[in-house]
Design a protein around this ligand. Structure first.
Ligand code: ACO
Ligand SMILES: O=CC(=O)O
Ligand code: MG
Length: 567
């Protein structure tokens, strides 16, 4: 069977048909490109199709379980530790030893799978680069396929980028960061690849194509016999980790490499998952290199999990930091859990980025990052995330000043005190106030982020902070929650109800965005569409699970329907 891209059909007179050569049951509906075809080979697609066929029912079941859990939380239940898996939490087991290649992960830079950024990130001096198909990437066909090409070139060491405007050629240094890849979450489809008549699962496409093309080279050049390495996002329950473990085993078998070669760090970034950390590590115990505090999605998940609980409304987004009791408890328990099981407890991302045109504000931003990293390393984290190459030195200094030459703190900081943390600690209501400025900022950031996402950028600087899908989600669900429960903005003495002002706030913030970005950019950009999608989601009677699921429909571009039938 042949799948055609939108530009894949060449008129019969030219006698040339450009098409992806696909295995039985696979249909490519994204644009044809000769470079993409080097990634979408028949064998690689066969591997993705094998994964899809073996795991699709497991994934569907896991997504149904998420819905069932949501129903229970909406009826008033609270997430908590599962009595049925107490034996795992109390058992004396450990994960497989950490591979030497990634023992030291004190600073990890993250970024989308964009060509120049990949080179900059690998050269940044960070120990690890997490290349992102997830929060930081708008998953258009072009971005995904180019991302795969870029990663293949990076693993092969041949990646270059020619910035003609600046007359600068980018290439890899001799010493580069170790590469981790973060595929999309389980919930996201890949609408440009159909398998047996259904869209493929996004993360199996990301994982499958990357693994297929790179495992051999990666293990030789980067992994010292291990790898490839992954980050796994947005899981809610250990049954989802079990699926990943089986995916890894199948991949290892296909490749003829030893079980336990592939390693992954799971982001604990949903509220239900904090009660499943041992269970997640247990399922992945042959393939784990730790857990990471994905703080931004975690805050988003707090709101989502408690969408039916009017007594748990969040204060302004800016006030929900890592020093709130529930956030600190989550980080402490994560460290204790990981170190008890012999793996890394990774910290998270401070949202501040360098501010070029204001030295005072820049120093203040660096100071916030410094403090955040100091808190992390002193608590016992083994490493942290940096959003920008300009922050690596600062993060590195903090971790090295505290850890010296030891590669991590797995053996030295056990945090047994955190074993006393209770469900109440992990769920404690965040303290703070809600303000008009908080509402305005959420609106302005949410709309601008979505406008960027719709035009291909999944991570952007806004008001001197890094914004990505996770931070934008907080803005969205916070407004939804405040509207749903008719919240009064109590923090600035105005005492107005959000419902009474939201319409006006949207209009005023759109006007402000237009002023800030300029009329030309505003007209050319997708701000109006973004505003429509964002406000629709904020005012929906039922909370959408993900901002990007609905928005994804706007970036799917299928080839014309009649192309195949013309042949
Ligand atoms: C919640 C989470 O999931 S966090 C993880 C997901 N989020 C991310 O990964 C965000 C990563 N960071 C970024 O995308 C960017 O830093 C942004 C969008 C926040 C800011 O980007 P910009 O405004 O372009 O940064 P700026 O103009 O200061 O960049 C300066 C240089 O650093 C490079 N750079 C900036 N951030 C990164 C990065 N994360 N990785 C590699 N290079 C980077 C730029 O490419 C640019 O390179 P150049 O000088 O060779 O042209
Ligand atoms: O992925 C990281 C997060 O904070 O969300
Ligand atoms: Mg996240």
């Amino acid at each position: 069977m042949i799948g055609l891209g939108s530009y894949g059909y060449t008129a019969p007179s030219s006698k040339k048909i450009n098409a992806y050569d696909v295995p039985q049951g696979v249909d490519i509906r994204g644009r044809f490109d000769e470079e993409f075809a080097k990634i979408l080979t028949k064998d690689a697609l066969q591997f993705v199709a094998d994964l899809q066929r073996e795991f699709r029912n497991h994934i569907k079941y896991a997504m149904e379980c998420r819905k069932e859990a949501k129903r229970r939380y909406n009826e008033g239940a609270l997430p908590g530790f599962d009595p049925a898996t107490r034996y795992i939490r109390e058992g004396k087991w450990t994960c497989a030893p950490v591979p030497p290649a990634v023992a030291d992960r004190r600073v990890e830079i993250t970024g989308p799978v964009e060509r120049k950024m990949i080179i900059n990130a690998l050269n940044s001096g960070a120990k690890v680069f997490m290349a992102d198909f997830e929060d930081a990437l708008s998953p258009s066909w072009e971005n995904l396929m180019r991302g795969q090409i870029n990663l293949k070139d990076a693993v092969e060491g041949t990646i270059t980028f020619n910035d003609k405007a600046r007359n600068r050629v980018y290439k890899l240094n001799n010493e580069i960061a170790k590469l981790f890849v973060r595929p999309r979450g389980w919930h996201l489809p890949e609408a440009h690849i159909f398998i047996d008549g259904e869209p493929a699962t996004g993360c199996l496409v990301d994982f499958g194509l990357y693994f297929y093309h790179n495992y051999a080279t990666f293990r030789n050049t980067q992994g010292q016999g291990f790898g490839p390495f992954f980050y796994l996002p947005k899981m809610e329950n250990s049954r989802e980790a079990k699926i990943w473990n089986s995916v890894f085993e199948k991949a290892e078998k296909m490749a003829g490499i030893e079980k336990g070669s592939i390693r992954a760090t799971v982001l604990i970034e949903t509220l239900p998952a904090v009660f499943q950390m041992d269970e997640i590590l247990y399922e992945l115990r042959d393939h784990s290199v730790g857990l990471n505090c994905g703080r931004w999605d975690y805050i988003f998940s707090y709101v989502k999990t408690f969408q039916g609980h009017p007594d748990r409304l969040l204060p302004d987004r800016g006030q929900v930091g890592m020093t709130q009791h529930f956030m600190r408890s989550y980080s402490d328990l994560l460290i204790r859990t990981c170190h008890r099981r012999g793996v890394h407890a990774m910290g998270g991302m401070a949202a501040q980025i360098p501010i070029r045109d204001d030295p005072t504000a820049n120093e203040a931003a660096f100071e916030l990052v410094r403090k955040d990293k100091q808190r992390e390393v002193k608590a016992g984290h083994d490493g942290t995330w940096a959003a920008h190459p300009g922050l690596i030195k600062t993060c590195m200094e903090v971790f090295t000043n505290n850890m010296g030459n030891t590669p991590n703190q797995i053996e030295t900081v056990k945090r047994d005190d955190a074993s006393n943390l209770t469900e109440d600690d992990l769920l404690q209501r965040p303290r703070g106030v809600r303000t008009m400025e908080g509402l305005r900022l959420n609106t302005r950031v949410g709309i601008q982020y979505l406008a960027a996402w719709l035009t291909g950028s999944g991570s952007v600087p806004l008001y001197n902070l890094m914004e990505d899908a996770a931070t934008a989600e907080i803005s969205r669900v916070q407004i939804w929650q405040w509207l749903k429960y008719g919240v009064e903005l109590d923090g600035d003495g105005l005492g107005v109800r959000v419902n009474h002002v939201f319409g006006r706030v949207v209009e005023e913030e759109m006007a402000r965005i237009e002023r800030e970005v300029g009329k030309e950019k505003f007209k050319k950009g997708m701000y109006k569409e973004a505003c429509k999608i964002f406000t629709r989601q904020c005012t929906a009677s039922t909370l959408d699970d993900f901002l990007t699921l609905d928005a994804y429909n706007y970036i799917v571009i299928h080839h014309p329907k009649d192309v195949s039938s013309k042949l």
